[in-house]
Design a protein around this ligand. Structure first.
Ligand code: SF4
Length: 371
């Protein structure tokens, strides 16, 4: 069941969200058990492959170039370094790698070629690959799909009404277009929001309503709590209560029974007991590793201990969908062919030059300047 028909309008969803907490958790747990294995939680890793220097103005984000934060702009990571990190994440139990680049949009340049190679490499390792690269055209989405991309993350962040309080450099509609482009390319969609940015409960429900209005809701819905970072416009936001995060996870679980609800940023502020309630209420994934792009996150070992105490098991990759095939990328092949041709021409020219025998001119006294 993609949508829960009992909660398909704003009023019913809001009254669900406002139910007595334990009733809400019980209802969510019941749905979760019907559609998912409640002991399985996917461990995903989030890797910033291109950090900082972003031209956008998302009010929560320390990577926006215009804010004075501790995050410095860096170039894109090397493909081999990303593959090494993916290998480490896999050996620590992660079955999904999400690669994030602080871009407004994907551009058809050498950096994107590198992302394509990263996707190919990580998919070949048997991990689910997700990317979050900003806005993306349908052709770019097809290229990523062809490389073996499993999912594309593009959050709506909040309700359409509240969105413009936080972001002004791109429209809500543009976000919807990118999600649509991922869908058209046959890529699984990961899209969710952030709570604690100053929005109302109605805005939280408004976010879920945006997904209700889609023909197909996202297969994966991350729920984040704001991590207020110094230097961003939201630096003074009061942290949300853990109960609010539990409510949001539970409401999302009930509204979209088939989707994976991901308990994402904000876990460092949660007790293990609160996280346990989130798992009970249907969270089916966490991000593992000590960093979430640029903000802190619990370490692998802490999560392993929590899994052991709560009796959770790490979910295998591709439990919710077939592994995409990694196909050769025609653009990379063509670029490599041209580069090889140029290299060969250069070597040939160098060889010809060194083969030419050098016969010095006979210098007579007349040719010299010393008279
Ligand atoms: S959230 Fe993404 S698009 Fe927005 S400023 Fe940060 S890196 Fe840029």
């Amino acid at each position: 069941m993609k949508f829960n028909p009992d909660y398909s309008n704003k009023e019913s969803l809001l009254s669900l969200y406002q139910k007595p907490l334990l009733e809400l958790v019980f209802e969510a747990a019941t749905i979760h058990r019907k559609y998912h294995n409640p002991r399985e939680v996917q461990m995903s890793s989030l890797l910033s492959i291109k950090t900082g220097g972003c031209p956008e103005d998302c009010g929560y984000c320390p990577q926006a170039a215009r804010y004075h934060t501790d995050v410095d702009a860096e170039g894109i990571m090397k493909v081999e370094d990303v593959l090494e990190q993916a290998k480490n994440a896999k050996s620590n139990g992660s079955s999904r790698l999400c690669m994030g680049a602080a871009w407004r949009e994907v551009k058809d340049n050498r950096d994107f070629d590198k992302v394509v190679e990263m996707v190919q490499g990580v998919n070949d390792m048997g991990m689910e690959v997700c990317c979050t690269l900003g806005m993306m055209s349908e052709n770019q989405a097809k290229r990523l799909k062809n490389a073996g991309l499993f999912a594309y993350n593009h959050n709506l962040d909040s309700s359409k009404e509240f969105y413009s309080d936080v972001i002004s450099t791109r429209e809500y509609e543009q976000r919807l277009d990118t999600i649509d482009n991922a869908r058209k390319a046959g890529i699984s969609v990961c899209s969710g929001g952030i709570i604690g940015m100053g929005e109302t409960e109605e805005d939280r429900i408004g976010l879920l309503m945006s997904y209700m209005e889609m023909e197909n809701p996202p297969e994966s819905i991350p729920i984040n709590a704001l991590v207020a970072v110094e230097g961003t416009p939201l630096e003074d936001q009061k942290p949300i209560e853990q109960w609010e995060l539990i409510r949001m996870v539970a409401t999302t679980r009930i509204a979209f029974p088939n989707s994976i609800v991901r308990l994402s940023a904000g876990r460092t502020k949660m007790s293990m007991e609160a996280q346990a309630l989130c798992f009970m209420a249907g969270a089916g994934s966490i991000f593992a590793g000590d960093k979430l792009l640029t903000t802190p996150n619990p370490e692998f070992n802490e999560d392993k201990e929590m899994f052991s105490i709560l009796g959770l098991v790490a979910k295998e990759s591709f439990a919710d969908g077939e592994q995409p095939t990694t196909n050769p990328d025609p653009i990379l092949i063509e670029k490599k062919r041209i580069a090889a041709e140029r290299e060969a021409a250069y070597l040939k020219a160098k060889q010809n030059k060194s083969n030419k025998s050098f016969t010095p001119r006979t210098v007579t006294k007349v040719d010299t300047l010393d008279g």
